[in-house]
Structure formats: C-alpha cells, structure tokens
Design a protein. Sequence first.
Length: 244
Amino acid sequence: MINAVEHAHNRIIKEGAANSIWEAGTTTLLGGLLLSVEQNPSIEVKNEITKYVKYVFVCASVGDCKAFRYSPAQNRVVDISLDTRSVGRTDSKDPGGRIGPYSEIGGPDLRNLNIYSEECEEGDVIFLVTDGMYDNFDPELLGKSPIDLHLVEADWDSVGQPKSIIAKSQFMTELVQEILKGSKQPTEIADKLTEYCVNITTSCRHWQENNPTVRLPSDYVKFPGKMDHTTCVCFLVGHHSGLP
C-alpha cells in the first residue's frame, strides 16, 4: 500500500510537470484492497464459537478522505478511518496530508499517512468518500452543539480533539445508518448518500443563488451542510462473477 502511494506521487511529478515540478498539482488519496482470508477449519477453540473472518479491507490514506463499512444485515456503519482529521483540523483548507509537490524539494505531505484495516462479511458494502460528502454528516456543520451530543462543552472549539473525533464519528455513523436503512446494493447506497447531501444543502444553494456576490453566512443552523465537490465509491464485499 505504501508503494502504491509512492507510485502515485511519482506519477504526478512525472506527468504533471512539463518544465518544473511546481507545475504539478497535489491531491489527497485513499485507496485499498479487499482481501480474501484463507480459512483453516482445523483450528478449534474450547468452549467458544469460532468466527472465521472471510474478508479484510485494507487501505492507505493521506489527506481527508474517509472509508466506511456498512453491514445491511445489521444496519451498522463503521468509520474505518476514524482519525483522518487528527491533523489539520483547525484549518479547513488543510487536508492533513497530500501527494504531489509539497515540501521544499517536491516531496509529498505525509503528516497523516495511515494504514487502516477492517474485517468484513460477505454482503457488506465498503464506501469511500471525499470530505465534500462526509462533512454533510458532521454535527458541527449541521448546526449541532456539543451539548446536543451529550458533551459538557458549550462549543466545538472547547472540545478536545480525541473527544470530538469520537463523538462526531458516532453521530455520523448513526446518521448514515438511518439514511441507508434497508439498502443492500452499492448503487442504491451511493444514490441515497448523494441525495442526502443535495437535500441538506438546499438552503445554502438557494441563498447563494439569490446572493451570488455575498459570502454565505456562517450559520449552520440556518444553512446546514457544505457545498463542495462530492465523490463516493461503493463496492460489495464477496466473490462475484458478474453484477447487473
């Protein structure tokens, strides 16, 4: 996975810079593999029911994209890349990391480079999203205060980072569970998540359309969500010879 990140960075430098490496752009990156785990039926554990893991999703992330696992059978969402925003949280323009020319010698920004893994069952759905999507699940951007999430702090700036990461992740996963309830196919899941983002930012778009030269007010109660480019990639866990 690390070699893949390095390869992507080198291709940006090679293909994106005709005269100087600084002509090339930078980008965040999240990519992974779904691995089938070899089973060993001879292993026995006394007085316990052995649960064999059939699949593991492993991914590398640099920047602020996120990975989630959704279990239709349990209607449960897991935030795989929980600490994506542990770096650069205070600056919305800082994704925490990126590949492409960043350092003085053109090296990548690997501050929050991380490897994640998640055990999966057949029929689960893995979905990878950019911040343009998952920021619309963020309670802070939906006008929720820490008190609304049963925290003692009055504002999000007063909440310590580990505490806020966990609280926000729990809120996001519970919200997404409600959005996806009853969904099983990747296309359905991608459509529902995208539709939610369009709907939650309706007031933002209407205000901006009527006030094209004025910055949108920073009032997430009246104008919840975030208008941004949105990418969502979903795939079904399991062996498939062909899908409709």
